[in-house]
Write a protein that binds this ligand. Sequence first.
Ligand SMILES: Nc1nc2c(ncn2[C@@H]2O[C@H](COP(=O)(O)OP(=O)(O)OP(=O)(O)O)[C@@H](O)[C@H]2O)c(=O)[nH]1
Ligand SMILES: [Mg+2]
Length: 218
Amino acid sequence: MNIPVLTDILSANNLIAEQNRKLLDDHRIYMVNLLSSPGAGKTTFIEETIKRLDLAISVIEGDVASDVDAVRIKKLGIPVVQINTGGSCHLNAPMIQKALENLPLHKTDLIFIENVGNLICPAGYKLGENISLVMNSTTEGDDKILKYPGIFRVATSLIINKIDLLPYLDYSLEKINENFLKLNPQARIFPLSSKTGEGFDEWIKWIRTGVDNFCNKL
Ligand SMILES: Nc1nc2c(ncn2[C@@H]2O[C@H](COP(=O)(O)OP(=O)(O)OP(=O)(O)O)[C@@H](O)[C@H]2O)c(=O)[nH]1
Ligand SMILES: [Mg+2]
């Protein structure tokens, strides 16, 4: 079935995503798009990453409503813009373009975008990011990769959060690893706990190297 309207919307979005990328390249800023279902632990993970990463970080928060997450990030003294989509289940490139106007780009190395909690629609919308991180938490069950392959296919890396709860749950890390690597053989997997900090060293080393390599290539 041909759906020209959707094709037009996506290509208009992609054009602005490219403009966002160009602006960020000019400022040597790396941008990460973080995707997951609601409550997987995205904001907690960003907070814990900010505490451990010696870079100038800014954050764009996407939610249907409220500024709850932006208030949390602001408490860490980090520049943050809250986007309320008013019902839409994903962020798009024009929203990010507007948010970038309100961030101190001249003193930012890395931007985290926390996308709207959802495993379906955010996958189709490029924002100008360097990488997409998809988070699956142990409390969601280990079958989500099979049920929502689209979002896991676009992931550069998979964050498995809440591993501190593994002893209490019927969740198989082996199954997740196997299913994810079938879709995405080149991608990295970081099992970690945003509550205890377990597993963060590997993740921090990896993201730091990613930012450094990006800056060296420009
Ligand atoms: N046990 C445990 N709890 C966690 C961990 N990470 C986050 N949480 C808890 O999970 C709940 C949701 O965390 P958030 O960081 O708000 O999740 P989120 O993905 O940002 O949620 P939305 O923005 O609403 O989609 C909170 O009660 C956190 O304290 C973890 O690694 N282990
Ligand atoms: Mg959040």
